[in-house]
Design a binder for this molecule. Sequence first.
Ligand SMILES: [Zn+2]
Length: 155
Amino acid sequence: MRCPFCGSDNTSVIDSREIENGYVIRRRRICEQCKRRFTTYEKFEIFVIKRDGREELFDKRKIIIGLKNAFKKSTFPSDKINQIADRIENDLKTEGLTRVSSSEIGKRILNYLKEIDEVAYVRFASVYFDFRNIEEFKKVFHEFTKKTRKKEKKV
Ligand SMILES: [Zn+2]
């Protein structure tokens, strides 16, 4: 790593620690040339491929904003919204994914909502698919009812 001050490539790590539950590593470095110190961060980069093909860095806050918009007229608790966003982020990191489509994220949100709250699930599904893609909505909804029936049989 080159020194950002003098451009020398003679730099050393003087301290290295895990932050954000071990998902980010922060290193303090010193330039052997000019003796100045600087910090670098090592972290996962997950790219989200959007419907129009553009890619952007994964940002958990966008999941939170999306869910909040979907539930603004209802009383879905915001701690549950944060929980879902955290779980999705952790899942992606654990699976080691570096690229994921926005529709895959949408499906994961739906899966978690399904576990937590059936009404919230249907509401989000209708906002998420925006009824422009009624066939996909039907498909997802059909899968959901199928799985629910299976569960009921087991009981
Ligand atoms: Zn330097």
